[in-house]
Design a protein around this ligand. Structure first.
Ligand SMILES: [Zn+2]
Length: 478
């Protein structure tokens, strides 16, 4: 995610994980026995957000089928979730916000269901499910999709464009605003979409477009993402897009969609080859199957690294595109285990902007770093933001400013050779998986003789300006 510069502070406050706080509910599960009910937990286990996502199963793939009429703002949905039970289940949950749920089947049999709290869809299959069994759940639903409107700068969910279209966007929540989902980054899955819209509209999603058919005044677009994706990097965007296609030199298909008035963003898109090539030289081969971008005409407060095809607000610039492409390695391919690990995603994406400036604009990063530290040395609120173990609600605070200084200080502490090795090897080690920040610290420590315990503590878990020893390592020494 990148936030708009003028709204950075507000966004940092607003882009918290609201809507999923509160005590754990219904998670006290009986031990699995033949006679007792076995309920999947109502949360996936994130220490900050105990009710986010669900437990008891592992989703392998989503098959989402929607029909959306922009004039009526009405969505008909029919989503099939294919999962494997990780425990015996007599009941389990999905996350879905709003909508009338019409029916639920599990393994082709009608299932009972109930709505609970803000986003729990509680499903009781006709037959108990054994550990390791397939769980194929089909949910039919309809209604007007919603968004959160707690803060005008950080509305997430189903967003409406100025031209009357819509798109689903937001971190950490957006998927549950348009399809039933295990809404946690811990459960990545493949994603296919069939989106039917009136024929003068275009539906764009992640992955490869596999078909387009027009019948009776409606066009159905199908999309397929076969790399596992966290739910917050899935999307659909419906607008009167101009769509252009090309390929990267290695054959990767590029699909770029410009909402009305955004055709000028072609200049940015034309840099895709150069950006992917540059980032590949740092992070190893591009891990996604597609490239491109979705350029919305609205000035929302953030851009988001939707997988293989980021979604941009109207203010997006070259730094934004570099940042969102860097997420394709850091955040999308290597996905956080818990929200406390967000630095694994944002610190890398943010520091990529510096790497780009160094390589392309000859920016002297050491000088730039010292200037930044000079300017910010008295700004306690800047240094207060923690990059790990930041506490629920504070995840994004340090991610677009302090993160860049911390990553540069790390580079100067371990030296360019080890830093380059880490940048290259880390995304390979965890490709298409999940990882935690402590695992990253361990990974770096194993590759250097430098003792890093105190460094990581003061920079990543500290809430004040580091001492000179850690503030000015290596060539940063004034
Ligand atoms: Zn980001």
């Amino acid at each position: 995610m990148t936030v708009s510069p003028q709204r950075l502070l507000l966004c940092c406050l607003a882009l918290t994980l609201t809507g999923c706080t509160g005590p754990a509910r219904d998670a006290e599960e009986a031990p699995p026995t033949a006679t007792k009910p076995t309920h999947g937990a109502a949360g996936a286990g994130d220490p900050y957000y105990p009710t986010q996502g669900n437990g008891g199963y592992d989703v392998r793939g989503y098959d989402v089928d929607i029909s959306y009429d922009p004039h009526r703002k009405h969505l008909d949905g029919d989503t099939t979730i294919t999962a494997t039970a990780t425990q015996p289940l007599t009941r389990f949950n999905l996350d879905l916000r709003g909508f009338d749920v019409k029916s639920v089947t599990v393994n082709d049999e009608q299932a009972e269901f109930a709505r609970k709290h803000e986003h729990e869809l509680v499903i009781t299959p006709a037959e108990p499910i054994g550990k390791g069994d397939d769980v194929v759940t089909r949910v039919r639903y309809n209604g007007e999709p919603t968004s959160t409107d707690e803060d005008e700068f950080a509305t997430v969910g189903w967003l409406t464009t100025s031209s009357g279209g819509s798109y689903a966007l937001g971190e950490p929540h957006s998927a549950s605003f348009w399809y039933p989902v295990n809404e946690t980054p811990r459960d990545k899955a493949t994603f296919t979409l069939s989106a039917r819209v009136p024929k003068d509209w275009v539906a764009v999603s992640i992955g490869k477009q596999t078909s387009r058919r027009t019948k009776d005044g409606w066009t159905t677009y199908t999309w397929e993402e076969t790399n596992p994706a966290a739910s917050y990097v899935t999307t659909v965007a419906i607008d009167k897009f101009t769509v252009e296609r090309s390929r990267l030199d290695d054959g990767t298909p590029v699909l770029s969609a410009y909402a009305p008035g955004q055709e000028g963003k072609r200049e940015l898109e034309a840099r895709a080859e150069e950006i992917v090539e540059f980032l590949s030289s740092k992070f190893g081969p591009y891990p996604q199957r597609t490239a491109g971008g979705i350029y919305m005409s609205d000035s929302i407060s953030f851009a988001l690294e939707t997988q293989g095809r980021p979604t941009y607000a109207s203010w997006a610039d070259l730094d934004t595109v570099v940042h969102e492409y860097a997420h394709q390695w850091h955040g999308n391919s290597v996905t956080i285990e818990s929200w406390s690990d967000l630095c694994l995603s944002e610190c890398f994406a943010s520091y990529s902007e510096w790497l780009w400036a160094e390589a392309k604009d000859d920016t002297d990063l050491d000088r730039f770093y010292r200037e930044q530290v000079d300017q910010l040395s008295g700004d306690d609120s800047f240094w207060e933001s923690k990059l790990h173990e930041m506490g629920a609600g504070n995840e994004f605070d340090g991610m677009y400013g302090k993160s860049k200084l911390a990553m540069h200080a790390l580079r100067r502490t371990i030296g360019d050779d080890v830093f380059d090795q880490v940048l290259r090897e880390w995304p390979q080690e965890h490709q298409h998986g999940n990882a935690s920040w402590p695992e990253f610290e361990q990974f770096v420590s194993e590759r250097t003789d430098v003792e890093l315990g105190e460094f990581f503590d003061v920079w990543f878990r500290g809430d004040e300006i580091p001492s000179d020893e850690h503030l000015y390592p290596g060539t940063l020494r004034p």
